[in-house]
Every structure is written in structure tokens, then in C-alpha cells.
Design a protein around this ligand. Structure first.
Ligand code: FES
Ligand code: FES
Length: 184
């Protein structure tokens, strides 16, 4: 039986890297990320589950890391803001936020971006209302929200355009291959 102060081993994957950590069982995942892994992009806000600043993805779901204990993410795959870009290439949501003024001080931005990513991963063409609902748990003191919703809409539109372009190319390729097979 382990005592209250005893540390526990937790294995998890963060931004594609595997970790085995000895952690205080009552530390939060927010603390684990910021203090053990030095991933300080995930922000401390209220620590009460009310502001969304600490949002990360746990197995693809947006979760509040200030409310999670290490044992709850044992074996899970986490994505933090540090894992959103593809190397030097920003994620479309990051580009849209930057282009459309979806951030000012930036404190809420990591949580907003990850909540928005969780939405677009499950619903690539959300309505404006669905975007507002998905981000309702993420508070922003600066932007007035409209620019954030605009940015998520724009990123979604970009994804739709890219998918449409892929479909056109696939259809064109199919037509070329069919033409090549047709006896003349
Ligand atoms: S810090 Fe987690 S919800 Fe505010
Ligand atoms: S940009 Fe400052 S809190 Fe949202």
C-alpha cells in the first residue's frame, strides 16, 4: 500500500514523446506539464476548472489539466500547445489566429487553440454557433471573442478548401487513369 506522500510512476506520451515520470499523486497534470516537463505553454489560470487556460488534448479530447491527476492520464497521449505546430510550420488555427487578431495578450490562446483543434478534429465544418459553444469554457479578457470565432471559421474554411482541392485532384487522377485504360 502506498502512503499519501509517496510518489507514483506515470507513463504518458506528450507531443509524440514518451515519458516515464515519478510524480506526486496529488499534483495536477497542469503542474506535471509545467514543472516536470517544463512545457510552460499550458497556462495557469483559475485552477478551478473555470477559465480554460490550462486546456490540453488527452487522447484527442479537450480537457482541463488543472482538474486532472497524474493517474488519470497514465498511458494517455497528450497534446499541448508546444505540439500543435508541425516543426516550424504553424497549424492553420495558429495562422488564422495571428492573421485575424484572435489573440492580444495571448494568455488564453494555448487553451483556445487546443479547444478549437478538438472541435475541428471532430467537426471540420462547424457553424458559428457550434464554435461559440465549443469555446464557451475558455475565457478571454482581451479580444471580445469575435475575432477568435472568425479565426476558427477561417481555419475550418481552409481545411474545407484543402479537402476540396484533394478531391478535385483525386477525381482528375482517376479520369486520367481511366482514359489511359480505355482502348483507342
Ligand atoms: S486553470 Fe484550469 S480551468 Fe482555469
Ligand atoms: S488574448 Fe488576452 S486573455 Fe485572451
Amino acid at each position: 500500500m502506498s502512503g499519501a506522500g509517496e510518489k507514483q510512476v506515470v507513463r504518458l506520451t506528450v507531443n509524440g514523446e514518451d515519458h516515464e515520470l515519478l510524480v506526486r499523486p496529488h499534483a495536477t497534470v497542469l503542474e506535471l506539464l509545467r514543472e516536470d516537463l517544463r512545457l510552460t505553454g499550458t497556462k495557469h489560470g483559475c485552477e478551478l476548472g473555470e477559465c480554460g487556460a490550462c486546456t490540453v488534448l488527452v487522447d484527442g479530447q479537450a480537457q482541463l489539466s488543472c482538474l486532472l491527476l497524474p493517474g488519470q492520464v497514465d498511458g494517455a497521449c497528450l497534446t499541448t500547445i508546444e505540439g500543435l505546430a508541425d516543426g516550424p510550420v504553424l497549424h492553420p488555427l495558429q495562422r488564422a489566429f495571428a492573421a485575424l487578431g484572435g489573440l492580444q495578450c495571448g494568455y488564453c490562446t494555448p487553451g483556445m487553440l487546443l479547444a478549437a483543434k478538438a472541435l475541428l478534429d471532430t467537426n471540420p465544418t462547424p457553424s458559428r454557433q457550434q464554435i461559440k459553444e465549443a469555446l464557451a469554457g475558455n475565457l478571454c479578457r482581451c479580444t471580445g471573442y469575435a475575432a477568435i470565432v472568425d479565426a476558427v471559421e477561417a481555419a475550418a474554411l481552409g481545411a474545407v478548401e484543402a479537402a476540396a482541392q484533394d478531391a478535385v485532384e483525386a477525381a482528375a487522377l482517376g479520369a486520367v487513369e481511366a482514359a489511359a485504360r480505355t482502348p483507342r
